[in-house]
Design a protein around this ligand. Structure first.
Ligand code: APR
Length: 169
């Protein structure tokens, strides 16, 4: 079972084998964490993303990490749900993002992976509910990944993740 850690910071600075980005279906880049990942990885990331797009909400697809510093070798692009009040399958789609990302990571032999708080920015998913889904899903999904780092961009998100992990593990 993987060790799950919470840290506050910029995911592009993580020393892991793969980082997950909260993308949109085009995989061409966007704002928020996706913008930061594309800036750090360079323009080849959008070309590689475009070549394997579209990526449906709840799915995940991998590309090389290009100009990101080693040991990062892979970017796993996942598309969260747009929050529409919670009655449109948003929770299931978000859980699927975490499960599918781990599945893709397993296929690549990833040992350490970093996740952002998927869907909690532009897509508007409430941070406390999203943290619970992240913690419960990651704790329950069989994987060969050994270390999972949940990278919060702010202290509030980190607090929600700590609380959710204490509850779910
Ligand atoms: N490192 C870690 N987390 C970050 C970073 C970063 N460098 N930058 C932003 N975040 C955090 C946000 O604070 C938020 O908690 O990532 C979380 C997810 O927010 P978004 O990046 O807005 O992602 P999401 O809500 O899933 O929206 C996806 O935004 O621009 C795009 O292409 C993307 O259209 C897609 C949409």
């Amino acid at each position: 079972m993987a060790v799950i850690e919470v840290v506050v910071g910029d995911i592009t600075r993580e020393a892991v084998d793969a980082i997950v980005t909260a993308a949109n279906e085009s995989l061409l880049g966007g704002g928020g964490v996706d913008g930061a990942v594309h800036r750090a990885a360079g323009p080849r990331l959008a070309r590689a993303g475009g070549a394997i797009a579209p990526c449906e909400p709840g799915d995940a697809k991998a590309t090389p990490a290009f100009d990101l510093d080693p040991p990062v070798r892979h970017v796993i692009h996942t598309v969260g749900p747009v929050w529409e009040g919670g009655g449109h399958g948003e929770a299931d789609i978000l859980a699927s993002c975490y499960r599918r990302s781990l599945r893709v990571a397993d296929g690549l032999g990833v040992r350490a992976i970093a996740f952002p708080a998927i869907a909690t920015g532009v897509y508007g998913f409430p941070a406390d509910q999203a943290a619970r889904i992240a913690a419960v899903t990651l704790a329950a999904t069989p994987t060969t990944v050994e270390r999972i780092r949940l990278v919060a961009f702010d202290e509030d998100t980190a607090g929600h993740l700590h609380a959710a992990l204490a509850f779910s593990c």
